[in-house]
Write a protein that binds this ligand. Structure first.
Ligand code: FAD
Length: 399
C-alpha cells in the first residue's frame, strides 16, 4: 500500500535520521514487533523497559509509513465529539476513552523527557465552530467535557476574534495538548531502546506467519524468526494480516507554509485549532514558525487519484484557512497526502485477535493515532507481563 505521497514536512526537514541493518539470518527471540512506526517504537520502549527480549522489523526504512506523514498534534479529543461518542459506545466507555487519551499526553511527555527528546511543545487546543446553528452542539460538548473532568472554556465570537483573531462563532478551549515531530520521536525511541537491548531491522518485510503456540515468521528474503509472541504494529497495512472490515480508508492532505520571519505574534500560545466540519480543518504551528494546515479528507480509492488531487487539495486548504484567519498570509512550501484509517466508533483496535494466537495488535487508527499508540503499548505490556488492565475490553476486537 502506498501510504504517503508528496513531500511530508518532517521527512524533508529531518531526512534519514539513523540507519538500521536488514535481517540476513534466521533468528529467535521472545517477542517480534512487526512495524517500525510510532506504534512499534512505543511498544518496543514499553516491552524493553519491562525486561522482555524483542526484535523489531519493518518492511520499509524506519518511520517511512504513516508516521512520516503525520502532522503530529496530540489531543485528548477524538474524531467523534464526546457527547456523540457517548451515544455510540455508552457514557462510561466514551469518558474513559477521552480520559485515557488525556493521560496518554502526559505519559508521552514523560517518555520524551526520559529518552532526551526535546522537539515538543505543550499546546492548548481550540475546537471551533463557524456555524451559528451549532450553538447547542457546542454547549453539549462543553458540558460533556466538563463532566469528564477536563479543564475547558467556552468562547464566543467576540472572544475568538479578540484572543485569537479567529473568524468563528463558538469554540471550546482545552488546556491539554502537545505538538511534536513524531517521525523523529520514533527514531529517538528506537535508538534509546537499542541501547537497552532492542534489535531493529528495517527493509525486512514479513511475508508469511505460521500462527501457533510458537509462531514462525518468514521474511521476504527467506529468513525465519522464531518467537513466543508477535506484536502487529503494521498500521493500516494490517489489512494484509486480518480481514479488511475493521477499518475504512480515507485520503487526507496537509500543507506547510514557509517560515514566517517574525516570532509568532500572529499565533497565540502555540495553539492547535480544529473545527466541527466534516471533514474537519486543523492547524498548528511548528517550532521553526511555520503553519501546518490539514484536512479535506476524501474516501480513498487508490494512491494515484490521491496524488492527482494534491495541488487542488492544497489550494482548498489554504482557502479554508484564509476564511478563518484572513489576516495571516500563508505561503505554501510543501504539500503531502496520506492514507488515513477510521474505525466505526473512532476507537482503536488493541490486543488479541482470536484467529491469530500469541499475536497482539497495536493499531492506533484515526486522528488520535499517536495517543492511541501509547494506550496500545501500555495494554500490550500488561498482557505480556500478565498484569490485569481495566481497558482491554474497551479497545478489543470483539467489543
Ligand atoms: C497526513 C496525516 C496526518 C496525521 N496527523 C495526525 C495527528 O495530528 N495526530 C495523530 O495522533 N495522528 C495523526 N495521524 C495518524 C498517525 O500518523 C498514525 O496513526 C501513526 O503514524 C500510525 O503509526 P503506526 O506505527 O501505527 O503506523 P506506520 O507509521 O504506518 O507504521 C507501520 C509500519 O509497519 C510496516 N509494515 C507493514 N507491513 C509490514 C510487513 N508485512 N512486514 C514488515 N513491516 C511492515 C510499515 O512499513 C510501516 O513502517 C496522521 C496521519 C496522516 C497520514
Amino acid at each position: 500500500m502506498q501510504l504517503t505521497g508528496g513531500y511530508p514536512f518532517w521527512l524533508i526537514r529531518d531526512g534519514l535520521l539513523n540507519s538500521y541493518p536488514k535481517l540476513l539470518n534466521n533468528t529467535e527471540t521472545n517477542t517480534v514487533i512487526i512495524g517500525g512506526g510510532i506504534s512499534g517504537a512505543l511498544t518496543a520502549y514499553y516491552l524493553i523497559n519491562a525486561g522482555i527480549e524483542c526484535i523489531l522489523v519493518d518492511g520499509r526504512t524506519i518511520g517511512l509509513g504513516s508516521t512520516s506523514a503525520s502532522t503530529s498534534l496530540l489531543q485528548y479529543e477524538l474524531d467523534v465529539p464526546l457527547h456523540l461518542l457517548k451515544k455510540k459506545v455508552g457514557n462510561e466507555n466514551a469518558e474513559r476513552a477521552y480520559q485515557l487519551c488525556g493521560n496518554a499526553i502526559d505519559t508521552i511527555i514523560d517518555i520524551m523527557n526520559d529518552v532526551g527528546f526535546t522537539d515538543y511543545q505543550k499546546a492548548k487546543s481550540l475546537f471551533f465552530s463557524m456555524h451559528r446553528s451549532e450553538k447547542k452542539f457546542m454547549q453539549q460538548e462543553f458540558v460533556a467535557r466538563k463532566e469528564a473532568g477536563f479543564e475547558v472554556l467556552l468562547l464566543d465570537e467576540k472572544d475568538l476574534k479578540n484572543e485569537y483573531t479567529l473568524e468563528a462563532q463558538y469554540a471550546i478551549l482545552s488546556q491539554k495538548g502537545c505538538v511534536i515531530d513524531v517521525y523523529s520521536l520514533t527514531h529517538a525511541l528506537l535508538q534509546h531502546s537499542i541501547k537497552k537491548g532492542l534489535q531493529v531491522f528495517d527493509r525486512t518485510s514479513v511475508e508469511d506467519i505460521r500462527y501457533g503456540k510458537r509462531p514462525v515468521i518468514k521474511t521476504a528474503d527467506g529468513f525465519i524468526i522464531n518467537a513466543k509472541n508477535i506484536i502487529n504494529a503494521t498500521g493500516y497495512e494490517v489489512v494484509n494480516f486480518i480481514p479488511k472490515g475493521i477499518v475504512n480508508f480515507d485520503c487526507t492532505y496537509a500543507v506547510v507554509s514557509e517560515q514566517a520571519p517574525e516570532q509568532k505574534p500572529f499565533w497565540k500560545n502555540n495553539i492547535m485549532m480544529w473545527n466541527t466540519d466534516d471533514p474537519y480543518l486543523y492547524m498548528r504551528l511548528t517550532k521553526d514558525n511555520r503553519i501546518i494546515i490539514g484536512g479535506r479528507d476524501e474516501r480513498f480509492s487508490n494512491s494515484f487519484t490521491r496524488q492527482a488531487m494534491l495541488e487542488k487539495k492544497s489550494k482548498q486548504l489554504q482557502k479554508d484557512f484564509n476564511k478563518v484567519l484572513p489576516h495571516i498570509q500563508f505561503k505554501e512550501e510543501f504539500t503531502w497526502s496520506g492514507t488515513f484509517g477510521k474505525t466505526k466508533d473512532s476507537l482503536p483496535y488493541i490486543g488479541v485477535y482470536k484467529k491469530t494466537p500469541n499475536t497482539y495488535y497495536a493499531l492506533g487508527f484515526g486522528g488520535n493515532g499517536i495517543t492511541f499508540s501509547i494506550i496500545a503499548a501500555e495494554i500490550i505490556r500488561d498482557i505480556l507481563c500478565e498484569k490485569s488492565n481495566p481497558d482491554v475490553k474497551l479497545f478489543s476486537f470483539d467489543r
